[in-house]
Design a protein around this ligand. Structure first.
Ligand SMILES: *Cc1c(COP(=O)(O)O)cnc(C)c1O
Length: 360
């Protein structure tokens, strides 16, 4: 019997793509599928999105796996290439590259390429992680053009630091800085991530890069995907493998981290930190079972977690438990755990069985 299982709804991913596209007047979208599509299975997700204008991943190896799986749409390397050999592979496999650093520019100048590449220059508008400062852009663009190794116009990307906070003026400052730095160039401009797309619609520019929203998850801890008319793609479940009578004042699990105030029944679920659930969970972190939520109690162990089913429950060994998804928004679970949904889905381990619907 399969216990830990991530059910991935490929119809939901198609619907979310359509929804985001419609909300933005059918302007182009880059589907961000780095990190194995945030733990949803990048190849299956990419195949479910034949209309995506472009995909984006963080690293070359991720893009090569997609190419080997027969994904032929454009793929953008969000961090570009880290040496000349990688650049040559990017050219061979027709990957769009980002140039955010001087060494990447020097590699483009020095290495012979089999195909011209599509180049995006990264502008640092205030994230201060990657990118050239606005005053450097004209020199960088001139040098890129002189290489004669590029396809079309040089494009421009930047990244928001606070777009999930609708009241934060930082986002408008970043939009203004990006516009000033790039407005004299004809190439495509892209600054919006999911939060930019959902909360700052004028940030869409020529093409937006959407990751988390595609998976039906809100980029904001104050919302859920359904607030944006999105459908959760992943439902994570496991099973009850034991139900035990538990006396008041008795502890449960490692370190006796929790004691029951009353007589109750403890349910044991086959899902632990070895499957990717955080080990330290605040009291009252919920799971969903048989139409209600119950709290996780005690420390999560490698293969199991314990929940307080209450004294009057009707649950049976073998019943399905939802850890997040259709009935229990991942945004609520993440907030309770002091993290963000991105970290929860991407940290699921290979022990969690992935089941895709519709099946092929
Ligand atoms: C991951 C990433 C995105 C997607 O962000 P979401 O919040 O998931 O939409 C967009 N742009 C860059 C540069 C990224 O690294």
């Amino acid at each position: 019997m399969i216990t830990a299982e991530a059910l991935i709804d490929l119809n939901a991913i198609k619907l979310n793509y359509q929804q985001l596209s419609q909300q933005n007047n059918h302007q182009p979208l880059i589907a961000v599928i780095k990190g194995d599509a945030y733990g949803h299975g990048a190849i299956k997700i990419a195949k479910a999105l034949p209309n995506a204008n472009k995909f984006a991943v963080a690293r070359l190896e991720e893009a090569l796996q997609l190419r080997h799986a027969g994904i032929n749409q454009p793929i953008l390397l969000l961090e570009g290439c880290f040496n000349g050999q990688d650049l040559q592979l990017a050219s061979q496999f027709q990957l769009d590259i980002t140039i955010h650093h001087h060494q990447q520019l020097i590699d483009l100048e020095n290495y012979p390429l089999v195909n011209p590449v599509t180049v995006w220059v990264k502008v640092d508008t205030g994230m201060h992680r990657l990118g050239f400062s606005p005053y450097e852009i004209s020199d960088v663009v001139a040098r890129i053009r002189r290489t004669n190794k590029i396809k079309g116009e040089v494009g421009f990307i930047s990244h928001f630091s606070n777009a999930d906070e609708p009241d934060n003026p930082k986002t408008e400052q970043q939009i203004a800085s990006f516009t000033r730095a790039t407005q004299t160039y004809a190439g495509n401009k892209s600054i919006a991530n999911s939060a930019g797309l959902l909360f700052w619609p004028h940030a869409h520019m020529d093409i937006a890069r959407t990751g988390i929203a595609l998976y039906g998850i809100s980029p904001s801890a104050e919302h859920t995907g359904t607030d944006h008319n999105l459908t959760p793609v992943m439902t994570l479940t496991s099973r009850l493998i034991a139900i035990r009578k538990h006396a008041a004042n008795e502890p449960v699990g490692y370190g006796e981290a929790w004691r029951s105030p009353t007589d109750t029944h403890i349910g044991v679920i086959a899902f632990g930190y070895g499957d990717g659930y955080p080990r330290l969970v605040p009291t009252n972190t919920p799971v969903y079972i048989n139409g209600r939520t119950v709290p996780i109690v005690g420390r999560v162990s490698m293969d199991m977690m314990t929940v307080d089913l209450g004294s009057a429950h009707q649950d049976k060994v073998g019943d399905t438990v939802e850890l997040w998804g259709q009935h229990l928004p991942i945004e609520h679970v993440a907030k309770n755990l002091g993290t963000i949904p991105y970290e929860l889905t991407i940290k699921l381990t290979s022990r969690v069985h992935q089941r895709f619907i519709p099946e092929e």
